[in-house]
Write a protein that binds this ligand. Structure first.
Ligand SMILES: [Zn+2]
Length: 491
C-alpha cells in the first residue's frame, strides 16, 4: 500500500485529513486487529471505520500558545515615568542638586544620576518636598535602566523610590512589574496584597497573585484574582484571550476538585477523590518518583517545580478535563498539571505506570523548554519512547509497500483537532521518528536538541545545529530507514 505522496506544503490540513482518513480505514483496522493477535497474517480489509476503537495511550498535551499560568502576561506595560517639573522646589537648599540629577536622567547618564541620588544627605530627605522629588527621580532612573538594561537592572532604583514614597502607586507598580518579569523571589503573597491594596486596578498584580495561589493549589483564591485581573484587562488587548483561557481552565478544575484530597511527595502533589482513590494514590506516588529519577536521568534534567497530578474517576475525567473521548491521560500545558482517569484499586498497574510516565515526560519537557516549543511529533514520540510503552506497533509493521510519510512539519502543532484515526497515524509517526532519532544519534543528541529548543529556536535550527544535517535530510533518512525495514520484513 502506498501512503500519502504529499509534498510538504502541497496539501493543506484538510487534504491531509481526507487522505489519511482513507488510508487509516485500511491500516487502522489492520492494526487494531493485530493488537490482540500478535504476528498474525494481515486480515482482509473490512469496510468498517476505526473511530470506535480505543487507543493504547493518546494524550493530547493541551499546550496553548502561552506556556503556563506561571508565565507573566505576554507583554507587560513598559513602566511609568513620573513627571518632574524643574523649578518646583524654590525654597530648598537641595533644589539645585535635585535639578542636576533630573538633567542627568534626561541625558541618559544613569550612573552619574544614581551616584548623586545615593549621596543626598539624610537631612535633605527629611524635607518632605525633597523626599518626594527624590522618589520621583529614583523611579525615573529605574525606567531608563529598564529600557536600556532590562527589568532586573531597574529593581534597586524602584526599591529606593518605594522606600521614599511607600504610598505612591507608580513606583510600587513599576517594582511589582519588574519583579513579575524577572520572577523575583521577593514577589510574595504579602507583597502582592500590599500592591493590590495601593493599586487595586492593576491587572498584573492580580494575575501574579493568582499564580502564587494556584501554585499552592488554592484554586478558589486563584480564580478570584484571575477574574479580577481579567476584568481589568481590556477585551481587545493581546493578553485577554490568554487570561480568558486560563480562567476557564482554573474554573473547571475548581469545580471538579472541590472535594478532593491532596498529598505531597518531594516532587509531586497528587490530588484524588477522597476515599475512592486512596490505594491508587500510594501506587501513583511510587510510579511518579521512579519516573522522576529514571526519566530525569535520561534527559539529564530534573523538574525543579513540583508537578500536580490529579486522579479523576473514569466517569468524571472527560468533563473535568475537557479532553477528547479517546484520551487516556492528559498533560495540561496551561495549568501545568497531569490528569489521569482511574478506577481506584481496580486500576491496572501496568497501564497506570505507562500513562503516568508518558504524561511525566510532557511535564518534564514543558518545564525544560519553558516558553520554547517542542514540536508535537517529538513531544509525543519522547513520551511514548520513555514511558516504556510497547503497546504501539512499529510504523514499519503497520505500513505496507513503498511509504511516503506525512511530513513532520505537518505534525508540529497541536493534534487535539485530529479525528481519532488521523491522530493514530500522527502518534505512530512521532513514535517512529523519535525512535529513529534516539537509535541513530543517541539520547545525548536528543538532550542537545531540547537545549536548542529551550533557547526558543525552531526544530529545523535545532536539528541543523546539533545533528549537522537539515530537517529535510533527517526526515529523508528516517523515511528510508522505515522503507528498508518494510522491505526486510517482506523478504
Ligand atoms: Zn502524550
Amino acid at each position: 500500500m502506498t501512503i500519502l505522496r504529499s509534498q510538504r506544503g502541497a496539501i493543506g490540513t484538510v487534504g491531509d485529513v481526507l487522505i489519511l482518513l482513507l488510508v487509516l480505514i485500511t491500516i487502522g483496522v489492520w492494526w487494531i486487529t493485530q493488537r490482540n493477535k500478535p504476528r498474525a497474517i494481515p486480515p482482509p480489509v473490512p469496510a468498517a471505520p476505526v473511530a470506535s476503537a480505543p487507543l493504547p495511550i493518546v494524550t493530547p498535551s493541551q499546550t496553548a500558545p502561552a506556556p503556563s499560568l506561571v508565565a507573566p502576561p505576554p507583554s507587560l506595560p513598559g513602566g511609568q515615568l513620573r513627571p518632574f517639573t524643574p523649578g518646583s522646589l524654590p525654597g530648598s537648599q537641595y533644589a539645585a542638586a535635585i535639578e542636576t540629577i533630573h538633567t542627568l536622567i534626561e541625558q541618559g547618564r544613569d550612573g552619574d544620576a544614581e551616584a548623586r541620588l545615593a549621596a543626598l544627605p539624610r537631612e535633605a530627605l527629611n524635607d518632605e518636598q525633597i523626599r518626594q522629588a527624590a522618589a520621583v527621580l529614583w523611579n525615573n532612573l529605574g525606567i531608563i535602566r529598564q529600557q536600556s538594561r532590562g527589568a532586573s537592572a531597574a529593581v534597586p532604583a524602584f526599591k529606593a523610590a518605594v522606600a521614599l514614597a511607600p504610598r505612591d502607586q507608580t513606583p510600587r507598580l513599576n517594582l511589582t512589574h519588574a519583579y513579575v518579569e524577572t520572577k523575583d523571589p521577593a514577589l510574595t503573597r504579602d507583597f502582592l496584597e500590599e500592591t493590590i491594596q495601593l493599586a487595586p486596578n492593576d491587572p498584573v498584580a492580580h494575575v501574579a497573585l493568582a499564580d502564587l495561589l494556584y501554585a499552592k493549589d488554592d484554586l478558589a483564591g486563584a480564580l478570584l484574582h484571575l477574574e479580577q485581573g481579567r476584568q481589568r484587562t481590556p477585551s481587545g488587548s493581546p493578553q485577554r484571550p490568554y487570561l480568558d483561557l486560563v480562567a476557564a481552565r482554573v474554573s473547571r478544575a475548581e469545580q471538579a476538585e472541590q472535594k478532593f484530597s491532596a498529598r505531597e511527595s518531594s516532587h509531586f502533589l497528587v490530588k484524588f477523590n477522597g476515599n475512592e482513590d486512596y490505594d491508587t494514590w500510594t501506587k501513583v506516588l511510587d510510579i511518579l518518583e521512579d519516573a522522576y529519577r529514571d526519566i530525569g536521568q535520561k534527559f539529564n534534567y530534573f523538574p525543579g517545580k513540583p508537578i500536580t497530578v490529579v486522579l479523576h474517576t473514569k466517569n468524571a475525567f472527560q468533563t473535568a478535563t475537557g479532553s477528547p473521548a479517546w484520551a487516556d491521560g492528559l498533560y495540561d500545558g496551561v495549568l501545568g498539571r497531569i490528569q489521569v482517569p482511574t478506577q481506584g484499586a481496580l486500576t491496572d498497574q501496568a497501564w497506570l505506570a505507562r500513562v503516568l510516565r508518558h504524561e511525566f515526560v510532557h511535564a518534564l519537557l514543558h518545564q525544560r523548554v519553558e516558553g520554547g516549543r517542542v514540536p508535537q511529533w517529538l513531544n509525543e514520540g519522547l513520551a511514548m519512547q520513555l514511558a516504556g510503552d510497547n503497546s504501539w506497533p512499529d510504523l514499519d509493521r503497520v505500513m505496507k509497500g513503498d511509504v511516503a510519510l506525512i511530513p513532520l512539519g505537518h505534525l508540529e502543532g497541536g493534534w487535539t483537532g485530529f479525528p481519532q484515526n488521523v491522530a493514530t497515524v500522527a502518534y505512530l509517526e512521532g513514535n517512529s521518528a523519535t525512535a529513529y532519532l534516539i537509535e541513530r544519534y543517541g539520547m545525548g543528541k536528543v538532550q542537545d536538541i531540547i537545549e536548542t529548543l529551550a533557547s526558543h529556536q525552531p526544530i529545523a535550527v535545532a536539528i541543523k545545529d546539533r545533528l549537522l544535517i537539515s530537517y529535510d535530510e533527517f526526515q529523508q533518512r528516517w523515511s528510508e530507514n522505515i522503507n528498508e525495514k518494510i522491505r526486510a520484513g517482506r523478504s
